[in-house]
Design a protein around this ligand. Structure first.
Ligand SMILES: Cc1cc2nc3c(=O)[nH]c(=O)nc-3n(C[C@H](O)[C@H](O)[C@H](O)COP(=O)(O)O)c2cc1C
Length: 325
């Protein structure tokens, strides 16, 4: 399949693996790229720019296909060494960067000068248009159903994607709630040039996370995610567990007076405990409603092959067939 996204990134299939904290290591990024998609290393999971440089080198040993790095700009008192991370990306010869969390304008000049294609992930049409106006090459449009941070507008992809298609000139991928061939064909029908998946890629053989995490996703239904940190305007969609219930109880009791410090136990330092330790009740970790569509733990290659072959069947069989009838 050829779309503006496959052309832009030089990939075979219009499928991107979104950056995921403590999931997006070289093993997963390389597996996705080897299967014809665009795999992404999650920059900030690496504790320093030097560690990111080593992770990029490790990924390059595992694939000769294009892969990228996710750079998430978080609101923080002591920001990470972003100039150092950007330098590691450029020096590492990476050709694609997914930015997220905040306006990437400050980092575009060095990235573009190095010939790096930038896809900005955002949850609102106005932010997508901003990304287009500052020179991003593409956007990843993340609907309300997504795992992670859906923003505060709560617009699901059935509305958000056609709205984005109506307004944007640059290519975009649909993100949030994407799991299979039906997701891909629907995304293309709504004007997207491909899809970005997060949660679906965690439940794969190559995802370098504890088996408990994969089993939790397979066991979960579409009713099992919760929105946390809404009162802090830092909404995150997470899989429900005992830690999340405790957090929601605090939100209920403290109301508008809640501060980050009140919930630190349920959100800080949780990712390594969950993803590496398999402590499933440790606290809040991002997971999409799409868990309800995930019933197996295939290899990345099998997953992507299945999506692409079933997409062809849907387009040539079901959709064409409807017209002929
Ligand atoms: C466990 C997990 C961690 C994530 N961490 C990040 C992150 O660090 N930076 C980022 O930009 N997006 C992050 N995301 C969001 C994904 O890149 C992607 O946009 C989202 O998962 C898409 O929704 P889906 O899960 O329904 O496919 C994360 C998602 C998950 C599930």
């Amino acid at each position: 399949m050829k779309t503006r996204i496959t052309e832009l990134f030089g990939i075979k299939h219009p499928i991107i693996q979104g950056g995921m904290h403590y999931v997006g290591f070289a093993e997963l990024a390389a597996a996705v790229s080897n299967a014809g998609g665009l795999g992404l290393i999650t920059g900030l999971t690496q504790q320093s720019p030097e560690a990111l440089a080593r992770e990029i080198a490790r990924c390059r040993e595992m694939t000769d296909k294009p892969f990228g790095v996710n750079l998430t700009f978080l609101p923080s008192v002591n920001p990470p060494d972003y100039p150092g991370y950007v330098k590691a990306i450029i020096d590492g010869g990476v050709k694609a960067v997914e930015t997220a969390g905040n306006n990437p304008v400050k980092w575009l000049p060095p990235l573009k000068e190095a010939g790096i294609k930038v896809i900005h992930k955002c949850t609102a049409v106005r932010h997508a248009l901003k990304a287009e106006s500052i020179g991003c090459d593409a956007v990843s449009v993340d609907g309300f159903e997504c795992g992670g941070h859906p923003g505060e507008d709560d617009v699901p992809n059935m509305i958000l994607l056609p709205r984005a298609a109506d307004e944007l000139k640059i290519p975009f991928v649909a993100s949030g709630g994407m799991a299979d061939a039906r997701s891909l064909v629907a995304a293309l029908a709504m004007g997207a040039d491909g899809m970005n998946m997060g949660t679906r890629f965690i439940a794969t053989k190559e995802a370098p996370v504890h088996e408990n995490v994969k089993l939790a996703i397979v066991a979960a239904s579409e009713l099992d995610t919760r929105l946390v940190m809404r009162p802090l305007r830092n909404t995150e969609r997470v899989l429900n567990n005992a830690g999340v219930e405790r957090l929601l109880q605090k939100e209920k009791e403290l109301g508008a007076s809640i501060k980050f410090e009140d919930i630190i136990e349920e959100v800080a330092g949780v990712y390594p405990r969950i993803m590496q330790g398999g402590e499933m009740d440790a606290g809040a970790w991002s997971c999409g409603m799409v868990a309800g569509l995930i019933h197996d733990i295939p290899s990345v290659q099998d997953l992507i092959d299945r999506i692409m072959s079933e997409a062809e069947t849907i387009i040539r069989g079901r959709l064409e067939g409807l017209l002929a009838a």
